[in-house]
Design a binder for this molecule. Structure first.
Ligand code: PGA
Ligand code: ZN
Length: 411
């Protein structure tokens, strides 16, 4: 195959959607430039790739990423210059080798991911292909529009309310983007009216992912409200939860609405929710080490065709994913590129999952940029779903608008 060589790589700080610095990489060939920006989570899993931050309290509250940028420009770039942008796997493996740590803490997972994604963007541009078409070469599946997981009510670490569960989604069954988006925005409008009526106008404030932040403490109430709206329409739509249970797990108990719940109580709560609502999936129902109780819930949920999804449990890490599959803990998985740090490993994580019939859901982070790489990745990998937040806020709609655009081309 012909080669297109990397000439230069530069990076700069930009702000993410929470107002924290993150990095954006520009990777140059003779005629093209691939640009990629890196997001950042709030409810991060312990086993995620390390995010390298400067720690200088006098600058951006310690969150600057100048060290990561220096690693890109002074350490990574000199080695990658002269390599072909089509050598994605070779480049990613070389960066891993240069880093040499298990969690990418030397070069920084953020630095490595920015470069890795920029390589793919430059490669797609060099072939004059849309990114999803180029990425399709790495998968043996037909590209497909994912189902939208629209997070309309925010709690947990993404909101200043006392709702323990982090995300309440609607998931329209269609993969026609226009229909899904039209429906999602309509439900969001109705939801706003409903919560203002019941909980007052401050309840229509929004959280990190654009969902509403009503003053609700009861974990079931948001499902009740969403279902009361969704069931009025003739569009088939499911509900989904990201519990992010790790964020309210303390000393063996789960703190919900000021009550300390035992694992057994929480398991029963989920069983009841599965029986009462048209759920499609429940993500991170237990803390990030609890493979066994994930498996117990999965066994029950299988009977209702509800997926039990790993996020903090699996962290897009092929080794953790294999462990979760072996223990029967999951039937679905969240794919977040910055949890692992290179595109090659992201692809490996998706392939392992698909081979084992695990449903893939590609996901944004709560701290986002306008980069829409995950939209192309979701389509190219034939993922079942994509999590991109509520259908508002620039950094969230960037992903939806890209999907809408791809959908026009795919028709
Ligand atoms: P995070 O949340 O980006 O803050 O980690 C998203 C999620 O838990 O899925
Ligand atoms: Zn999650």
């Amino acid at each position: 195959m012909f080669k297109i060589l990397i000439k230069n790589i530069s990076a700069k700080e930009i702000l993410d959607s929470r107002g924290n610095p993150t990095l954006e990489v520009s990777l140059w060939t003779e005629n093209f430039c691939g640009v990629a920006a890196v997001p950042s989570g709030a409810s991060t899993g312990k086993y995620e790739a390390a995010e390298l931050r400067d720690g200088d309290k006098n600058r951006f509250n310690g969150l600057g990423v100048k060290k990561a940028i220096q690693n890109i420009e002074k350490i990574i770039a000199p080695k990658l210059n002269g390599m072909s942008v089509f050598d994605q796997v070779k480049i990613d493996n070389l960066m891993k080798k240069m880093d040499g740590t298990k969690n990418k803490s030397r070069l920084g997972g953020n630095a490595m991911l920015g470069v890795s994604l920029a390589v793919a963007r430059a490669a797609a541009a060099s072939k004059n292909q849309p990114l999803y078409k180029y990425l399709g070469n790495f998968f043996n599946v037909k590209p497909q529009m994912p189902r939208l997981y629209m997070n309309l009510i925010n709690g947990g670490k993404h909101a200043n309310n006392d709702l323990a569960f982090q995300e309440y989604h609607i998931v329209p069954e269609t993969n026609d983007m226009e229909k899904a988006l039209e429906f999602g925005t309509a439900v969001f409008r109705e939801l706003k009216k409903a919560v203002i009526k019941k909980y007052g106008k401050l309840s229509a404030n929004i959280g990190d992912e654009g969902g509403l932040v009503p003053d609700i403490t009861d974990a079931e109430e948001p499902l009740k409200i969403l279902w009361s709206i969704v069931k009025m329409s003739n569009v088939k739509c499911y509900l989904a939860l990201d519990v992010a249970a790790n964020s309210f797990y303390e000393k063996g108990k789960y703190i919900i609405n000021n009550k300390k719940l035992k694992t057994e109580d929480l398991l029963n709560l989920y069983k009841n929710l599965i029986k009462r609502y048209p759920m499609v999936s429940i993500e991170d129902p237990f803390h990030e080490e609890d493979f066994d109780n994930f498996a117990r819930l999965r066994e029950f949920a299988d009977k209702f065709k509800v997926k039990i999804v790993g996020d903090d449990l699996t962290v897009t890490n092929p080794e953790r994913i294999k462990q979760a599959i072996k223990k029967g803990s999951i039937s679905g998985i969240i794919i977040k590129p910055n949890q692992i740090g290179t595109l090659t490993e992201v692809i490996e994580a998706i392939k392992i999952s698909q081979k084992n019939n695990i449903t893939c859901i590609v996901s944004h982070r709560s701290g986002e940029t306008n980069d829409d790489f995950i939209s192309d990745l979701a389509v190219a990998s034939g993922a079942f779903g994509i999590k991109a937040g509520a259908p508002i806020r620039g950094e969230r709609v960037a992903k939806y608008n890209r999907l809408w655009e791809i959908n026009r081309g795919l028709k």
